[in-house]
Design a protein around this ligand. Structure first.
Ligand SMILES: O=C(O)CCC(=O)C(=O)O
Length: 255
C-alpha cells in the first residue's frame, strides 16, 4: 500500500456510504508486530473491561486501553504514518488533528459486541469532520465479531441515541441486519462519526485485535466539553490554521 491516499472510486464510495475498507494498508509482518505490541501492553496493564453498559451481564468482555501512544512509541510513529494520514486528508482536508486513540482486544469465544451507534454523541462537533480509522492487526472474519455498518446512514445526521452508551434502537438498527465488513490483518476501515456501526460477539477461538484513531479538522469546533485524551490536538498532518499566540502548557493550565 502506497501513501497516495484514496483513488477516485474509493472517494466516491466513501461519500456515498460513509466508510471505506482499505485492504493491505499495512503489510502482514507490520500488522503482526503491532499485534504483539498491543498484546504485550494488555499483559502489562492487566484486565480492563470496556463492555458497554447495555450489553453487560452477558458473560462477555473486551480489553481496551486509550492513549496507546503514551504507552508504546511504535504507536506514536504510526499515528503520523502517511499511509493513514494521506487517506485522512482525502476525507477531512489538508489539516488533520488527533482526537483520541484506543486499542480493543476482543477475547476468544466471548468478546463483547458493540451495539449499533454513531460516535457523534460522545464528542459532537460543529462541522462533522470527525472520522475513525480502525486498523486490524489480525484477521477479523464475521465469527470474530467484525465491524458492521449501515451504509449511507452518515447522511441522516445525528440520530436520537439511548442511554449512557448512546446506542441506537435495536428494533431499527439490529446488529444482525448491518453489513459485515470482514477484514484481514493489515486492513483499515475509515468511517464518518455519523455512520451507524457496531460489531458482534467474537465467538471464534482467536482474539480480535484492533487500534482505532479518531481524527478531525482542527477548525471543527467541539459542541461539548469532555472526552479529553492525552495528546488530543496533536497535528497528524498539515497545520492548525487558527492563529493563536504561543503559551507554555503550564501557563494554559494556570489560566
Ligand atoms: O471495534 C469495533 O468493533 C467497533 C468499535 C466502535 O464502534 C467504537 O469504538 O466506537
Amino acid at each position: 500500500m502506497s501513501a497516495n491516499g484514496l483513488d477516485a472510486g474509493q472517494r466516491a464510495f466513501y461519500r456515498e456510504n460513509g466508510f471505506v475498507h482499505v485492504r493491505n494498508l499495512l503489510a502482514a509482518d507490520e500488522a503482526a508486530a503491532y499485534r504483539a505490541e498491543l498484546h504485550a501492553l494488555a499483559a502489562r496493564q492487566g484486565s480492563n473491561d470496556a463492555t458497554w453498559s447495555s450489553v453487560q451481564g452477558g458473560g462477555t468482555s473486551i480489553l481496551h486501553s486509550h492513549d496507546v501512544h503514551f504507552r508504546s512509541a511504535a504507536f506514536t510513529r504510526l499515528l503520523t504514518d502517511c499511509r493513514i494520514t494521506s487517506i485522512a486528508r482525502d476525507i477531512i482536508g489538508p489539516n488533520v488533528q488527533l482526537h483520541h486513540n484506543k486499542m480493543f482486544i476482543k477475547p476468544p469465544e466471548k468478546g463483547s459486541p458493540f451495539p449499533m451507534h454513531q460516535d457523534y454523541p460522545y464528542f459532537p462537533h460543529t462541522r462533522h469532520s470527525m472520522i475513525a480509522v480502525i486498523l486490524h492487526f489480525d484477521d477479523a472474519p464475521e465469527e470474530k465479531g467484525c465491524v458492521r455498518v449501515y451504509p449511507g446512514t452518515h447522511k441522516l445526521g445525528p440520530l436520537a441515541a439511548i442511554g449512557q452508551d448512546h446506542h441506537l434502537p435495536e428494533d431499527i438498527y439490529p446488529i444482525a441486519g448491518a453489513t459485515p465488513i470482514p477484514a484481514k490483518a493489515g486492513d483499515a476501515i475509515f468511517m464518518s462519526y455519523l455512520l451507524v456501526h457496531g460489531s458482534g460477539v467474537n465467538v471464534s477461538s482467536e482474539p480480535r485485535t484492533t487500534w482505532l484513531i479518531q481524527m478531525r479538522d482542527p477548525e471543527d469546533e467541539p459542541l461539548t466539553e469532555g472526552h479529553a485524551s492525552r495528546g488530543q490536538g496533536m497535528m497528524l498532518a498539515g497545520i492548525d490554521p487558527r492563529a493563536t499566540p504561543f503559551r507554555f502548557a503550564w501557563a494554559e493550565e494556570a489560566a
